[in-house]
Design a protein around this ligand. Sequence first.
Ligand SMILES: NC(=O)c1ccc[n+]([C@@H]2O[C@H](COP(=O)([O-])OP(=O)(O)OC[C@H]3O[C@@H](n4cnc5c(N)ncnc54)[C@H](OP(=O)(O)O)[C@@H]3O)[C@@H](O)[C@H]2O)c1
Length: 259
Amino acid sequence: MDLGLNGRVAVVCASSHGLGRACATELARAGCTVVVNGRNDEALRQTAEEIRRETGGQVIPVAADISTSEGQDRLLGTVQEVDILVNNNGGPPFRDFRQIDDDALLAGVVMNMATPIHLVQKVVDGMMSRQFGRIVNITSASVKMPLPGLDLSSGARVGLTGFLAGVARSVAHANVTINFLLPGSFDTRRLRSGQEVIAANLGLTREAVAERDRQAIPARRFGDPAEFGAACAFLCSAQAGFITGQSILLDGGAFPGIL
Ligand SMILES: NC(=O)c1ccc[n+]([C@@H]2O[C@H](COP(=O)([O-])OP(=O)(O)OC[C@H]3O[C@@H](n4cnc5c(N)ncnc54)[C@H](OP(=O)(O)O)[C@@H]3O)[C@@H](O)[C@H]2O)c1
């Protein structure tokens, strides 16, 4: 399927690994110039080179902490116009909610709510004036089905979803869409580090925890980041202009509700 994205410019935050990287790869494959980002410069450059080799696309690496205003401006400043913004960031560490002090609370809200909001503020008017914009926010299945120990992640991401729900309706007339992709368990660095924490707490191996978690998913497997990247690229496509304000779960059937 031709996604109608040839020549578009995409900024994909936090994309040197995992889900962000998969989104950047599929957007580059669809013909976009893609700005990729992470804090570790060496890993980022390697990722940029690998995506270039795999897709033949133009990939611009920008090492920066996306949670800072300076980092956001550096990312956006490498291109003239932004047609597609994929908001992504690290997530707060697993922690009992009793241990979250004021600093940790604010850091989590900055990471998963304030940062994507600031980025939307910085790009949305340009998108509206050009009558094309696609904004995809990577949140989490925990928005629908909270996970103990990830309470801050759930709370900040629900806040983001609520904040942007109204914004999405106010920009739709200019062919700018804002949607949310909610990953369940995808096989990434973050998933594996979470399994290590749980394994240490339970006195199990990481493999045993991974197997237990796999069996709890109706699909009996973890998601492949490439599946996530493909969904993101479709939401950014020319054909997806009538989808906005939606939270879309990708979780192998783990969420038990029907709506
Ligand atoms: N994987 C899952 O199953 C799953 C499920 C639910 C939600 N999520 C959420 O989805 C998001 C992506 O997760 P993932 O699994 O793809 O994680 P990952 O494989 O660990 O990748 C995270 C990426 O974010 C970058 N990053 C982190 N903090 C950053 C910052 N402040 N500024 C710029 N880049 C930053 C990392 O690079 P550097 O470390 O070099 O900065 C890396 O490229 C996270 O918010 C996570 O909580 C994931």
